[in-house]
Structure formats: structure tokens, C-alpha cells
Design a protein around this ligand. Structure first.
Ligand code: NAD
Ligand code: MG
Length: 396
């Protein structure tokens, strides 16, 4: 079997590092074609030394020139490219077979779409890209013969529990519901009055998973689960009322599929992203991932609760946005990105996040944009609105 060329968009991040860990276990099956990062020179330098990709892309031009000098100094022949356009080029090159989409946020949309339009195997961690582009993305996957494999642990679990192994076969006979599990985040048991004073440090300390900052805050507000509901609707072709969220604090069950004969299928495992990454890399085969087998006796119990949509309004906002249409989900995502950044920068409080997101989401028109340009315009407008919301709040 010919070795597959891999591009990792967002190699320096949490998912990027876990992907390289799995790839290093299978040098005969895969080679790294390109690694990309925004500006983390140290991490990319170290990864280039170990994996010898053909290209390294740094979005930040200054970081690119520093990386280039450091690689030249050690005699490396990795070619360094700079700028966001270079992401599209490495994601769609004929020399890459699989693309790991692991950039965080809206910045990942254009290169991930480029990979789909080039007919690649797209391993999708960057849920924001699908939340923003919805039907347009799914249509591109179908039109260009790409393979779309979910990396998000919940969606990867659902994929494993569905009858057909192909996402493009949208008829899942007998499927009643998708049950997305949620850990509930670090504040699951906190009283509503205590949520005001939450600090960024408390919010990024997730009880079960080790992840990037943005998704950690999203997990704490339950916006991550809201984005995942929208992601599941697009990936599996189901309406939102057939995607249900179940709080399961142990994060042992990664999600479930409920069938019309009363069966519920679940995928279980330790909370380690290398499992879904290995599944997507190997599919339809399974590959060793380095993840320890689940110790059921140590797990002992599995608990389930209803999500609290009052203390954590972001979950319901995401359902509402999806029903409203594409413009609203783009606004929801953009406002959330701006809000999370402002919360991490101590400009707004934890409980301001849903208030800001709701205000901006409700300004979006109903309906759905027809092309990438319209998507990017709605994204930009929503960011401007979010920033002015923050500015006004500071004045009052
Ligand atoms: P992270 O913050 O650890 O890494 C983000 C990566 O994106 C970095 O490589 C960074 O250089 C790159 N990046 C950031 N801004 C960029 C920009 N403007 N242009 C180009 N590249 C940019 O994030 P993460 O936790 O690895 O998450 C990545 C994606 O995967 C997110 O969409 C997240 O929701 C999703 N995801 C992550 C996990 C997890 O366990 N970490 C689980 C499920 C889904
Ligand atoms: Mg997830």
C-alpha cells in the first residue's frame, strides 16, 4: 500500500500534536507533506525536525522568516511558506491525500473547504468551519468526491455507531436520534449566582479533556455542545430535534445512536483524542493509537443528567440559530469567538458571553448564504457588531 501524504492544518495545537503522535506510530503508512501553524515557531521547528515535511506554513510572515532561518541553520530542506493563502495551497496539493483540519475557529474555513474541493480525505476537528458553511461544505464534499471523517470525539463516536460506514450515504435506516454526550464542563454543579465571577483560569481547566483554550471555554459555557449539535445536523443529515444532548460527567461514553427497535449503540473509551484521530486515519481499518484500553472496573459508574439550559444558555442559542438558518449560525459562531477572546482578555465576564452572542445572533437575517463570499461577509459583520457590543458595555 502506498504511503499516504498528510497535511495538518493547525499542527502546533492540541489536535495537531495528537495527530503527529499517532502518525509517528505508523511510519510505513503515512508521511507528513505539510505542517501549518499561526505563529508558534518553536513548536513547528521541533515538529519539522522530527517529521521532515516538504512544507511548513506559518500564517504570520514574521514567524515564517524566523522559522526559515532556524531551519536553514540546521541544514533542513523543509520549504517554509508564509501567509493564509499558502494554507489553501498545501491543503489542496495533489501531493497530499489526507488533510487534518485542526485550525481553531473561522480561520480554518477557507483551507478546509479547499481540501474538500480538491477531493481529499478531510478529517474534521475544526467544527466552526462546518457550523459556518453547512450545506455549502456538504455539497462540496459530495461534488468533489471528498471523504469527510469527523474527529470531534462525539461525532466520531456516532460515526462508529451508525449502520452505514459512509457519511455520504445520508439514509440511516432505523436511526431515531443521535445522543451527544457532554461532560457538563467545570461548572456543571455551580449555582447560577457563582457563575459571574468565574476567571479564565477556572474556565480553561476542563475536568476530563486537555484541549486548546477556546474549546475549553466553549466547553465551560456549553457553547461547544451547541456547536456540536449544529455540526451533527450537517454531518449526519438530521434535523436538530433528532439530536439530543445528554450530560455524562465521566466522559466515558463519547456519544450514542438510538434506533427505532429500542437499541442504543454507544462508543466508549478513555478521553483521549488519539482514538478518533486513529480511526479517521485508518478508516475503514483500525490503527493502534497509543490509547490505553478502558478499565471498566476503575470507571465503576456512568451517570446521566439533563443539560441545564438556564444556567448555560449557549446550548439553546445554538439550537435557535440552527433553526433560524445559516446567517444566524455564522453570527453565533463569530460572536462567540469574539466573546471568548474578550473573556480570556478579562474584558467581559463569563456570563456576558451568552448575552453578547444572543444580541448579535438576533441581528442576523433569516435564510442561508449561497456562497463563500456571503459567508465571510456575515462573519465579518458579526465580529464588528460583537466588538461594538463590548465597547458599549465598557462605556456604561
Ligand atoms: P489549539 O488552540 O490547541 O490549536 C489551534 C491551532 O490553530 C494552532 O496550530 C494554531 O497555530 C492554529 N491557528 C490559530 N489561529 C489561526 C489562524 N488565524 N490561522 C491559521 N492557523 C491558526 O486548538 P485545538 O484544541 O487543537 O482545537 C482545534 C480545533 O479542533 C478546534 O476547532 C476545536 O474545536 C476542535 N476540537 C478540538 C478538540 C481537542 O481535544 N483539543 C476536540 C474536538 C474538537
Ligand atoms: Mg467534542
Amino acid at each position: 500500500m502506498a504511503s499516504k501524504g498528510i497535511t495538518i492544518l493547525g499542527a502546533s495545537g492540541s489536535i495537531g500534536v495528537s495527530t503527529l503522535d499517532v502518525l509517528a506510530r505508523h511510519p510505513e503508512r503515512f508521511h507528513v507533506y505539510a505542517l501549518t501553524a499561526h505563529s508558534n515557531v518553536d513548536k513547528l521547528f521541533e515538529q519539522c525536525q522530527q517529521f521532515q515535511p516538504r512544507y511548513a506554513v506559518m500564517v504570520d510572515p514574521l514567524a515564517a522568516s524566523v522559522l526559515e532561518k532556524r531551519l536553514q541553520a540546521v541544514g533542513s530542506d523543509v520549504v517554509v511558506l508564509a501567509g493564509a493563502e499558502a494554507l489553501d495551497a498545501v491543503a489542496s496539493s495533489p501531493d497530499t491525500d489526507y488533510v487534518m483540519a485542526a485550525i481553531v475557529g473561522a480561520a480554518g474555513l477557507v483551507p478546509t473547504l479547499a481540501a474538500a474541493r480538491a477531493g481529499k480525505r478531510v478529517m474534521l476537528a475544526n467544527k466552526e468551519a462546518l457550523v459556518m458553511s453547512g450545506q455549502l461544505f456538504i455539497d462540496a464534499v459530495c461534488a468533489y468526491g471528498a471523504e469527510l471523517l469527523p474527529i470531534d470525539s462525539e461525532h466520531n463516536a456516532v460515526f462508529q455507531c451508525l449502520p452505514s460506514a459512509s457519511l455520504r450515504e445520508r439514509e440511516h435506516r432505523g436511526v431515531e436520534k443521535i445522543l451527544l454526550t457532554a461532560s457538563g464542563g467545570p461548572f456543571r454543579t455551580w449555582a447560577a449566582r457563582d457563575l459571574h465571577d468565574i476567571t479564565p483560569e477556572q474556565a480553561v481547566a476542563h475536568p476530563n479533556w486537555s484541549m486548546g483554550q477556546k474549546i475549553s471555554v466553549d466547553s465551560a459555557t456549553l457553547m461547544n455542545k451547541g456547536l456540536e449539535v449544529i455540526e451533527a445536523c450537517w454531518l449526519f443529515g438530521l434535523p436538530a430535534e433528532r439530536v439530543e444532548v445528554v450530560v455524562h460527567p465521566q466522559s466515558t461514553i463519547h456519544s450514542m445512536v438510538s434506533y427505532n427497535d429500542g437499541s442504543v449503540l454507544a462508543q466508549l473509551g478513555n478521553p483521549d483524542m488519539r482514538t478518533p484521530i486513529a480511526y479517521a486515519l485508518g478508516w475503514p481499518e483500525r490503527l493502534a493509537s497509543g490509547v490505553a484500553p478502558l478499565d471498566l472496573f476503575a470507571t465503576a459508574r456512568l451517570d446521566f443528567e439533563q443539560p441545564d439550559r438556564e444556567r448555560f444558555p449557549c446550548l439553546q442559542l445554538a439550537y435557535d440559530a440552527h433553526v433560524r438558518g445559516g446567517y444566524a449560525t455564522i453570527a453565533l459562531n463569530a460572536a462567540n469567538e469574539v466573546a471568548v477572546k474578550a473573556f480570556l482578555g478579562r474584558e467581559i465576564g463569563f456570563t456576558d458571553i451568552p448575552v453578547l452572542v444572543k444580541a448579535v445572533m438576533l441581528t442576523a437575517s433569516t435564510g442561508t448564504p449561497m456562497n463563500l463570499e456571503e459567508i465571510l461577509i456575515q462573519d465579518e459583520e458579526s465580529r464588528v457588531r460583537s466588538l461594538s457590543w463590548i465597547k458599549n458595555k465598557k462605556i456604561h
